[in-house]
Design a protein around this ligand. Structure first.
Ligand code: UD1
Ligand code: CA
Length: 463
């Protein structure tokens, strides 16, 4: 439900120079979810929301296609103040009284905090409000400078501290989360300049400009400092990821999930787990995975966007986009790729790879196989080393195996091909034609026995 009475601008145009990566910073991930995704979730109930994109904007658009209509292009990244200025015509046109400005690289900001920030600006009659936070290590952040009466005078960026003679030891910093009263701040944005160490238009310059104009400025202290940690370097990214990881794991432990070795379990924020599910060691579960009651995930399993409906995934398996029905057992050392569906009781064993493969109830593929673009009927047995040859170099083709078939070991099924119900394929066959139901197919070179005699060993040359 869209119900907020303020707008939101998310600044996501920066390059993230300090990340030393070509990826736009907001596409870096915490637990496999892009930073921008966190802020979109936190502001999902805001009707008027814009995202300022610039550096690598095609990549950001591609990652969030449903947001493209709310993206505003900042073609040149001339600073946070300039970024807000680019979005401003749309902010004004929306008619909101206040607009919150968030930094795409400060992803843990919560919706409640924005509500509280806007509410305290309203009650204080402030034109500019921002969240301030106390950090043990304020390096890299803008420091909050107060006058002797305690009123906020300015935010001074790390790189300008020396020039302006501001004490680098000030621990109160600007979190980069603002509420701006649209009517008052528009004219201030016009007056921003670039007279600073980075020659950029700084958004925090609206603070002294507001004061000069006799407008009120409110600094609202953060309740949880960690919610305002920014991601400016790889080390900060990992530190913040650890915060999210711990929060998510603790939440699931409180909801009766058995998490053994909780310090080494990584669960994405959009994963759902049912009470009683067991994770038995270091595992990674990401995306929109759903692990339902009766499921068990053993150590060193990596999975994304999977649904386990009461299945067991044994150690060292890698699963993506797979659905595992009740009683399925996968691994150890299995690889399930997108489009894999295992119906109740199916088993996929060690060194088996599946892709777009539908295994009916009770199918067993125990060892060393590739099953790609395959539809396999109930109770079929897939022998060790079976390969579906699904690619002819141009196109992919499907292998159909009807129920109760038996595929002997080391069989190559050259798709498109169908093995009929109850048919048996002899080991080592290369199947290129459909096998009728109930028949035994043997498609391999015949074994021949030819007369042959071992040559006498010649010892003549030896001394
Ligand atoms: C900014 C604040 C600083 C604050 C800190 C909190 C400024 C000048 N400084 O510093 O006071 O303590 O955040 O985390 O605002 N961006 C654009 N377009 C641009 C420049 C930046 O969209 O032209 C975006 C970036 O992608 C980023 C956000 O704005 O998401 C903040 O920019 P960044 O360069 O990270 O600012 P900081 O130096 O961290
Ligand atoms: Ca930043």
């Amino acid at each position: 439900m869209k119900n907020k009475d303020y707008g939101v601008v998310i600044l996501a145009a920066g390059k993230g120079t300090r990340m030393h990566s070509d990826l736009p910073k907001v596409l870096h991930t915490l637990l496999e979810k892009p930073l921008l995704g966190y802020l979109l979730d936190a502001t999902s109930s805001v009707t008027h929301r814009w995202i300022v994109v610039g550096h690598g904007h095609h990549l950001v658009e591609a990652a969030f296609p449903e947001q493209v209509s709310s993206m505003v292009l900042q073609a040149e990244q001339l600073g946070t103040g300039h970024a807000v200025r680019e979005a401003w015509p749309r902010v004004v046109a929306s008619g909101v009284e206040y607009v919150c400005v968030l930094s795409g690289d400060t992803p843990l900001v919560q919706a409640d905090c924005l509500d509280a920030l806007v509410a305290s600006c309203r009650s204080a009659g402030a034109a500019v409000g921002f969240v301030s936070v106390m950090l043990d290590d304020p390096t890299g952040y803008g420091r909050v400078v107060r006058d002797p009466s305690g009123a906020v005078q300015a935010v001074v960026e790390d790189k300008d501290l020396a020039r302006l003679g501001v004490d680098a030891g000030i621990r109160e910093v600007n979190a980069g989360v603002y509420a701006l009263r649209v009517q008052d701040v528009g004219p201030l944005l016009e007056r921003l300049d670039t007279a600073n160490a980075q020659a950029e238009y700084y958004l925090p310059q609206v603070i002294p400009l507001a004061r000069e104009s006799g407008l009120r400025v409110a600094a609202v202290p953060a309740e949880t400092a960690e919610d305002f940690w920014g991601v400016n370097s790889p080390a900060q990214l990992v530190a913040l990821e650890e915060v999210v990881r711990r929060r998510v794991v603790d939440m699931w432990r409180r909801r009766a999930v058995i998490v053994r070795m909780p310090q080494s379990v990584r669960i994405g924020p959009d994963v759902e787990l049912s009470p009683g599910v067991e994770l038995t060691g270091p595992v990674e579960i990401y995306g929109k995975s759903q692990i339902m009651a009766g499921s068990r995930v053993e150590s060193h399993v990596w999975m994304r966007d999977c649904r386990l409906e009461g299945a067991t995934v044994r150690a060292f398996s890698h699963l993506e986009g797979a659905v595992l029905g009740p009683g399925c057992v996968v691994g150890p050392f299995a690889r399930l790729r997108p489009g894999t569906v295992l119906e109740a009781g199916a088993r996929v064993g060690n060194f088996v790879e599946t892709k777009k493969a539908h295994l009916g109830p009770g199918v067993k593929a125990g060892h060393l196989s590739y099953l790609g673009d395959a539809v396999i009927g109930a109770q079929t047995n897939i022998g060790a080393g079976t390969i579906t040859c699904n690619y002819d170099g141009v196109r992919k083709h499907t292998t159909h195996i009807e129920p109760h078939a038996f595929i002997g070991s080391n069989t190559a099924l050259v798709a498109p091909v169908t093995v009929g119900e109850g048919a048996v394929v002899g080991a080592g066959s290369v199947v290129t034609k459909d096998v009728p139901q109930g028949m035994l197919c043997v498609a391999r070179a015949r074994q021949v026995h030819l007369p042959w005699r071992r040559k006498e060993k010649d010892h003549a040359g030896e001394s």
